[in-house]
Design a binder for this molecule. Sequence first.
Ligand code: GLN
Length: 304
Amino acid sequence: MEYQKIINAIYDEVKELKDEGSIADYIPELAKVNANKFGIALLDNEQNVYKIGDAQENFSIQSISKVISTAIIFSKIGNELWKRVGFEPSGNSFNSLVQLEYENGIPRNPFINAGALVIADLMLEHFENPKEYFLNFVRELSNNDSIQYNENVAQSEKENGYRNTALVNFIKSFDNIKNEPNDVLDFYFHQCSIEMNCIDLAKLFQVFANNGVISKEKTIFLTTSQCKRMNALMQMCGFYDQAGEFTFKVGLPGKSGVGGGVVAIFPNNYTVAVWSPKLNKKGNSYYGLETLERLTTITEASIF
Ligand code: GLN
């Protein structure tokens, strides 16, 4: 398929769209980003990269990192994981507290903030130096040793993280957080602050398009069943209260972050990453979703 031609045409069309949403400004560090950035990178399973726009510029992947921490823990402890966090869509915003009280501190899924904080707690439980492990893992899969945490973003989150602090303490009151809340938050804010470009991101997620096998080394990271479950989670929960719309319009598993990144997986075919910082009201990249809807329509990609 002529992916380069296709993404060029989509890029030209989407960048003319109006009603573009607004940049995340809940922390000052993210509000500094140039709102007009827009990049696309598509990686097929033969390792060909197709790119356009700002595809080689770093951005904050934020909640997209939740998929990686979940996959690391799933690969480490298997189905024990589901005793600590659920696998149901939440239908609520990413940072909501409401369902926790009725569900005894078991978050609905690992991609809402509540669930990601429980995963962060598990990272602390299972790794001696979780920040180092996480960063090295990301570098390895993206094949890029220059990937870093952005300490300013992590610090800015810490200074403004009242809701995440509330979440972690609330979950701890149900005994579903085992470590010190501040240590859990420190890991969580760092994982969210990681920066990379669209090409790195497509490479990082290729493992989910490849049945859990890391292409570079041909090593099995997730079993076929675990990979299916990770993709199912992305499908049901990757876009919070817009997951239904994403499934309806795009038809692939994916994940968004408030930094404006979106990544989607077409199993056994391609992985695609888009970055545009302007977000819709649900906190998902407006251009990102418009791009992916066009891409899957033109390439007739769908898991359904
Ligand atoms: N760091 C952000 C937060 O915890 C991540 C949110 C997101 O990307 N949706 O609020």
